[in-house]
Design a protein around this ligand. Structure first.
Ligand code: MSK
Length: 679
């Protein structure tokens, strides 16, 4: 009996080295196993995903079902006609398209609700009702104001004077907030896309009218018995996803930059080794920087440092997790403890005095893990409370008293420092990597051309002359159905080896940081000769960290800037570029993927994609969308093949542009560039 039990236990135990390539995480998994703490890696072993759900062909949109329409081998091989139907007659295509659309809606809603919160706080700041916030980047405000049709100057007689910056901010805040409830017309930022990209959306009738409207319309269309044409449903996915990328997310990024500063390159550190045993360790986890900015200020205040000292601590470490980490890293150089799959593992160090969470990507089980240690879990957002856990408390964020609340949270953590349990050994892994981060589109421009001649032209020149083969946008989550960080790193390293420069955000950026890819020195080690030469000359890492999930909007703007710099076609679809999310898991990733595809980018996902049970819908996403937008979806699980397909697409675009032959370096003048544009 004992032998059987042992066998059963062994069958239910995972091997840490087989589920992650991150050595710090592996150490923590071993500690968790030794201490009997359950994590997502244990649950993934015993709970397998549902095959029908994985393929996207389970409909539960009414109570007559759920209707499950498995794709048999015979149908797949064309040996039997595909007569599958739900009770109402819904085809697999309708079902999978509706499920996919609801994922787009949820993802777009998450990003956009984040953006709405930022716009509300921005407006309160501009009206001087939220005194802890101010305008840190006036230049950025002056740059975005014209897109909202807000004047930046005022005429007095024949003379023109600059307008009061707070008056501009009030008007920008009102117009920005109005984007959510707009019913007609177009969202303002659609016109930030290259003209050809924008005109194509217009021709296809997919320019979003208002952010909320497009999300609500998805929910209506996917209700039982409404839109039953997968192509028509996909078009609505496009409106909602564009409303995310070029709307809610872009507004979030821009207004955050105005209030907290536009990121410029700075030094940072990453991995669980950033925690320190003799200091108060606070982890801020989630996505929105509105509160975390204030916690940064509070943790650095003399008052809190003195308070920590009074409790016997030698200081305060404030480290980030998931995209909150990216936000405070990019602007303040605060360290990152880890990416999505490390959230439970951070607590298992035994050294985390408080984990402060807001919204998105927070596993409910962090509450249970926190209960096993002295860690206090603090929820802060009225939209995101956690019922589990005895050590969970709620301290609600209010932008009108933001700094005070930040201090209250830091104080809770400091008080809890004294509650560390002597019987529980603390183990902080030594892993911590250096990195250079903070590559906003403005920073890239500056790096390439200097203060007075900031420009994307040097990048374009190096793409045209073949030193840089193309641009890869590699982003997205971790997923416990794959080996933690492994696919991220293989895809990125394959691209670098083939002279493809990588733009990154989210948890991919953190995987790259932990592996040492976010340093200028990485160019010599990981890149092909052309890309290495460019990176070494300019002094940039070959992987440029552009921020959090909402900051994927920065990649859209960077791509638009590349088009505008000339020589690489007229629309985003012409660029030798490809997108990737090798370890995606969240609905936000589906929205991001779809706005990249609709903006003209070939986008490859790893793991699975819930469309494979509906072959005609899959073909629409994977093939037919290219004729409409120039971009299309793909699914490639193997990371080497994944990268190879991205490179093949980049080469296809180089050929179409007539720059497929390796060229000697030539200095392009405007006439040369125009010739290429006309080709
Ligand atoms: S945090 S959405 S796991 S990237 Fe933005 Fe990471 Fe994905 Fe969350």
């Amino acid at each position: 009996m004992a032998a059987e039990e042992a066998k059963e236990k062994q069958a239910k135990t995972y091997k840490p080295e087989e589920v992650s390539v991150d050595t710090a995480s592996i150490k923590m998994m071993k500690k968790a196993q030794a201490e009997g703490i359950e994590t997502i890696f244990d649950r993934a072993l015993v709970m397998k995903p549902c095959n029908i759900g994985v393929e996207g062909i389970c409909c539960k949109n009414c109570s007559q079902g759920p209707c499950r329409l498995p794709l048999t081998k015979k149908i797949k091989e064309g040996l039997e006609p595909d007569t599958r139907k739900g009770l109402c007659g819904a085809t697999p295509e309708t079902i999978a398209a509706r499920n996919f659309a609801r994922m787009v809606a949820a993802g777009a809603a998450a990003h956009s609700d984040h953006g709405r919160g930022v716009a509300e706080t921005f407006l309160a700041m501009a009206r001087k009702e939220a005194h802890d916030y101010t305008i840190k980047d006036e230049q950025k405000l002056l740059e975005i104001a014209p897109y909202f049709e807000v004047a930046t100057t005022v005429k007095e007689g024949d003379e023109e004077f600059p307008r009061d910056i707070f008056d501009i901010a009030v008007e920008v805040g009102e117009k920005a907030l109005g984007e959510w409830g707009k019913q007609q017309g177009e969202i303002y930022f659609a016109k930030r896309a290259p003209e050809a990209t924008y005109e194509n959306w217009k021709k296809l009738g997919v320019v979003p009218r208002g952010i909320d409207r497009e999300i609500v319309e998805i929910m209506h269309r996917t209700h039982m018995g409404v839109d039953q044409d997968y192509r028509n449903i996909t078009a609505q996915c496009t409106r909602a996803a564009l409303g995310d990328g070029w709307g809610g997310s872009m507004i979030a990024t821009d207004l955050q930059d105005v209030m907290f500063g536009t990121p410029y390159p700075l030094h940072g550190q990453i991995n669980l080794g950033v925690l320190e045993i003799d200091k108060v360790n606070i982890i801020v986890h989630g996505h929105e920087p509105l509160l975390s900015e204030m916690i940064v200020a509070a943790a650095q205040s003399q008052e809190m440092l003195d308070y920590a000292k009074s409790k016997g601590a030698h200081g305060i470490i404030l480290a980030g997790m998931c995209c909150t980490a990216n936000e405070i890293l990019m602007r303040h150089g605060m360290p990152i403890a880890g990416n999505y799959l490390q959230q439970e593992l951070a607590i298992i160090t035994g050294a985390v005095d408080a984990m402060v969470v807001d919204v998105q990507c927070i596993m409910e089980n962090v509450a249970n893990v926190a209960d096993c240690y002295h860690t206090k879990l603090i929820t802060t957002n009225p939209r995101a409370k956690i019922e589990s856990g005895n050590s969970t408390i709620h301290i609600e964020f209010d932008e009108h008293h933001a700094f005070e609340i930040g201090k209250q949270i830091v104080k809770e953590a400091v008080d809890n420092f004294l509650n560390r349990r002597p019987e529980q050994p603390i183990l902080i892994p030594s892993e911590r990597e250096n990195m250079v981060v903070g590559f906003s589109q403005e920073a890239i421009k500056y790096h390439l051309g200097g203060t007075f001649r900031g420009s994307y032209v040097p990048l374009n020149d190096n793409i045209i002359n073949g030193r840089i083969r193309g641009i890869g946008g590699v982003v997205g989550c971790n997923n416990c159905r794959t080996i933690h960080d492994s696919a991220h790193l293989i895809v990125v390293k394959e691209l670098l080896k083939n002279d493809v420069i990588v733009l990154t955000t989210g948890c991919n950026a953190m995987a790259c940081g932990k592996a040492g890819l976010l340093t200028p020195e990485a160019a010599r080690v990981f890149c092909g000769p052309g890309l290495a030469e460019v990176c070494e000359t300019v002094g940039i890492p070959p992987v440029l960290h552009m921020g959090s999930c909402v900051d994927n909007s920065r990649i859209l703007i960077a791509a638009s800037e590349v088009v505008k710099a000339g020589g690489l076609g007229k629309s985003i679809a012409d660029l030798p570029a490809a997108g990737s999310a090798p370890e995606w898991m969240s609905e936000k990733a589906i929205s991001i993927g779809h706005y990249f595809v609709s903006s003209g980018v070939y986008t490859v996902f790893g793991v699975t994609l819930p469309v494979t049970g509906a072959p005609r819908f899959q073909k629409h996403l994977f093939t037919e969308l290219e004729d409409l937008y120039g971009g299309m979806w793909d699914l490639v699980e193997d990371p080497y093949e994944h990268a190879a397909k991205m490179i093949a697409h980049i080469d296809k675009k180089r050929k179409a542009l007539g720059i497929d032959k390796a060229r000697d370096r030539v200095l392009m003048d405007m006439a040369d560039r125009q010739k290429l544009d006309a080709a």
